[in-house]
Design a protein around this ligand. Structure first.
Ligand SMILES: Nc1ncnc2c1ncn2[C@@H]1O[C@H](COP(=O)(O)OP(=O)(O)OP(=O)(O)O)[C@@H](O)[C@H]1O
Ligand SMILES: [Mg+2]
Length: 149
């Protein structure tokens, strides 16, 4: 079937200025993915690299707690510009969910992730760290827009 969703090609454009994407995954819950992703992003930023961190764990976003990122919100500028948290460009669903659980399942989770990827303006980055959801839930089985099927 022909894919008529324009967002995957928009995402490619949005990620053009990102030199490297590091996905922190583990296919299991509670094994330190978020701590690793956040610490990695903090260390890269401290070393002087332009760094972004994207919390893709919609069901259990926690990077904002690890970073102590309070009172932040993306700026609307031809899309959404991630705010700076400890020198890291930071994006998370908590900006929109007001700390409540996100009541999405299955294809709706993939859809929300694709939407956020399509509207986020990362600009020029040396590294974008992705905190991946545990592989055992719906989001872990999401159809990723970057993978060729
Ligand atoms: N290296 C470590 N040593 C000891 N405890 C750790 C380590 N890394 C993480 N933890 C602790 O383990 C718990 C789970 O860590 P974390 O939230 O990073 O895991 P996760 O894989 O992202 O979990 P989830 O699947 O719920 O998103 C936390 O309480 C965290 O403080
Ligand atoms: Mg986590």
């Amino acid at each position: 079937m022909t894919n008529i969703d324009p967002r995957p090609s928009v995402i490619k454009e949005r990620l053009k200025g990102v030199r490297r994407i590091l996905a922190v995954t583990g296919w299991k819950g509670g094994i330190g993915k978020s701590v690793t992703a956040s610490t990695l992003a903090l260390l890269l930023a401290r070393k002087g690299y332009k760094t972004g961190l994207f919390d893709l764990d919609f069901a259990g976003a926690s990077d904002h707690l690890i970073l102590g990122a309070k009172g932040l919100f993306p700026k609307e500028e031809k899309g959404l510009e991630p705010p700076l948290a400890s020198g890291i460009k930071f994006m998370s669903v908590v900006f929109f969910s007001e700390n409540k659980a996100v009541p999405l399942r299955g294809a709706n989770v993939s859809d929300a992730i694709i939407e956020l990827l399509a509207i986020t303006q990362w600009g020029e980055l040396d590294f974008l760290v992705l905190d991946m959801p545990p592989g055992i839930n719906d989001a872990g089985r999401a159809r990723w827009p970057f993978t060729k099927s």
